[in-house]
Design a protein. Structure first.
Length: 126
């Protein structure tokens, strides 16, 4: 196993974590704005300084995730990396349940497991 392969996989994991973190941060900001909106002013609630700062943090995570993705692709084949990156659905589902207290049904977990099985089937062996 080469150091490039290991570094590529670390970058891939970092990209997936940044993407999942950005999704959760954006969802939290949007939910807060929706709850505090009076009379349909949710858009105005999004434009508060605190929410814009946290939204900017989410955009920063998206940018970092992209940089990690580019770094990953310099070391790994796309046919290897992309199916694994699709497994980030597990992180988003798990983190949504833990940090946002979202209800995750058995059907959602079953779908997540099916996506992961697909990743295993699509991912080339190394």
């Amino acid at each position: 196993m080469s150091s490039g392969f290991v570094a590529g996989n670390v970058a891939l994991l970092a990209s997936m974590m940044c993407s999942a973190g950005a999704q959760l941060l954006l969802k939290r900001v949007i939910d807060e704005a929706r709850r505090s909106a009076a009379g349909g002013t949710a858009l105005l609630e999004l434009l508060t300084a605190e929410r814009m700062l946290r939204g900017g943090g989410a955009l920063l995570l998206v940018g970092l995730g992209f940089l990690f993705w580019v770094l990953c692709l310099t070391r790994l084949d796309l046919t290897y990396a992309y199916p694994i990156a699709c497994a980030s659905v597990l992180f988003v589902t798990l983190f949504g349940a833990i940090f946002l207290q979202e209800a995750v049904t058995a059907r959602t977990w079953a779908g997540t497991v099916l996506v992961l099985v697909g990743v295993v089937l699509l991912g080339p062996s190394r």
